[in-house]
Design a protein around this ligand. Structure first.
Ligand code: SAH
Length: 482
């Protein structure tokens, strides 16, 4: 809440400009900036200058703005609704502002607040929705920072949603006032119509809104299978963030950091469902059933998984259960651990002339007698990312060497990729078995094997082989989800 005596000296309003003349005096950078800003509206721009710079000229040509190519004269202002003195010359801007005042046209003089009747906001444009940020000229940089923060929060399709909403206003008014109408709009903006608009399916969105109008049934549930990324909060996608902020329930795995779960709505229900190796708090069947139950109850659910949900995330089973139950769902991709680990090591996963394919695998399929396909790919030069590979490191190394991969093949290992407490290790395939015995690695571990690994930056990494003491590996955080 603002302090009791903190009053706005500039009050925001939204002014109708459709088809109205908005005049800009000036031919340089300042005029171009204003022309671009006002060009986001349906006003008719009138640019008054006999010294237009090239960029402004191409703006005029591209937008069809009116160009009055003459030295400024007050007569050029006639009929203008708004005026910008943007010549960059103080004397001229003063003259323009004085004329405007005499003619009763509100004026903004660029960088001369004392001459301004109004200030221009930093603008988040999702036409017809607009968010205008003003600081009364105190902090243009602050306004830009706020602008980009707000911009990131809002779906790019918000404008399309608002336009659709406007077309339903009449129909919604025929619903009984109060609860029914409120529920229609809240389901409209947070339910199936909004999701369909987001997916670019406008006619589907229209049908979904019609369904909402006629049915009194509670809103249908929806499950978003969302990738939380490898751990660092700012590696979450903007879309994942938006889903989190709209969810009624967040169902999350053990590897997802609290800080990311905390990005959800404050009153969202948060349900941890495991899974860490050795202590599954819920079985996969139980998780599937939980998601179906929440969907039937009409909840908007975010099913949050570490990394990308479709990589060793058992999303296949969850999606099958949701499909069988007829519950709507969608997938939001995330940055998978292999990519985060590669970035931490500046490791090119594909390297011209060295490696042109990559394998996502887990060592856990090496138990049988036959060599899995990925091992053959490794031998033919693919870069191999091994998920959940620590407790089978010796098996992975042994089988690959046995199959013909050189024991000297480069290996990079990252614990807690993307996080502040990450640790990096480098060595060769022959060193890899030492990983199993390391009790000091308690976070999730990503192993990358292949000749491309030799292109990584080993400056801040420790040698893998240096650590060969005996010990029982802690497998607590391996997060078995294969
Ligand atoms: N869906 C996830 C993988 C889940 S399987 C993804 O796309 O990343 C769990 C395994 O992922 C862990 O055993 C580990 O091998 C790897 N992993 C997840 N987060 C990691 C991190 N921050 N650093 C290193 N490895 C990680």
């Amino acid at each position: 809440m603002p302090e009791a005596n903190a009053k706005l000296n500039a009050f925001p309003v939204f002014m109708r400009v459709e088809g109205e003349a908005v005049a800009i005096v000036g031919g340089g950078e300042e005029a171009l900036a204003k022309a671009r800003l006002l060009g986001q509206s349906s006003a008719v721009l009138r640019i008054i200058t006999d010294a237009a710079e090239a960029e402004l000229l191409s703006f005029i040509a591209a937008t069809g703005a009116v160009h009055i190519e003459a030295a400024y004269d007050a007569a050029h202002l006639e009929g203008a609704t708004l005026l910008f003195a943007a010549s960059g010359e103080e004397a001229l801007d003063r003259r323009v502002a004085a004329d405007a005042r005499r003619l009763g046209i509100p004026v903004n003089a660029v960088d001369r607040p004392e001459l301004c009747d109004f200030f221009t906001p930093a603008l988040v444009n999702r036409a017809p929705v607009a968010i205008a940020i003003g600081t009364e000229g105190a902090g243009p940089v602050l306004a830009q920072i706020l602008r980009s923060r707000i911009d990131r929060m809002l779906s790019p399709s918000l404008g399309a949603l608002a336009t659709l909403a406007a077309s339903f206003r009449g129909a919604a008014e025929r619903l009984p006032k109060g609860n029914a109408r409120r529920r229609f709009w809240s389901d409209f903006f947070a339910g199936a119509p909004a999701r369909a608009v987001e997916a670019g399916e406008l006619s589907q969105a229209h049908d979904a809104a019609l369904d909402l109008l006629v049915s009194n049934a509670p809103a249908a549930g929806h499950i978003a299978l969302v990738g939380a990324g490898p751990g660092a909060e700012d590696l979450l996608t903007l879309r994942a963030h938006r889903f989190l902020m709209e969810a009624d329930v967040i169902v999350y795995d053990a590897l997802v950091p609290e800080a990311i779960v905390a990005m959800g709505r404050r009153d969202a229900e948060r349900l941890p469902v495991g899974k860490r190796k050795g202590c599954h708090s819920k079985s996969q069947t139980e998780i599937n059933a939980l998601l179906v139950e929440l969907g039937h109850a009409g909840k908007r659910v975010v099913r949050l998984k570490s990394g990308d949900p479709l990589v060793f995330g058992r999303a296949g089973e969850e999606m099958a259960a949701l499909r069988d139950a007829g519950i709507a769902y969608e997938v939001v991709p995330g940055v998978t651990a292999a990519f985060a680990a590669a970035a931490d090591f500046e490791l090119p996963l594909t390297l011209r002339g060295v490696s042109s394919s990559m394998v996502f695998t887990t060592g856990h399929d090496l138990k049988g007698n036959s060599l899995p396909d990925w091992a053959k790919l490794a031998i033919s030069g693919a870069t191999v990312a091994v998920y959940m590979g620590r407790s089978v490191a010796a098996e992975v190394a042994g089988r690959l060497i046995e199959a013909g991969l050189s024991p000297d093949t480069a290996v990079a290992v990252v614990e807690n990729a993307s996080l502040g407490n990450r640790r990096r290790f480098h060595g060769t395939l022959a060193d890899l078995p030492s990983l199993e015995a390391r009790a000091d690695l308690t976070g999730p571990v990503m192993t990358i094997i292949g000749d491309a690994v030799a292109g990584a930056n080993f400056e801040r990494s420790e040698p893998l082989a240096a650590h060969r003491h005996e010990g029982v590996a802690s497998t607590a955080a391996e997060g078995v989800e294969q």
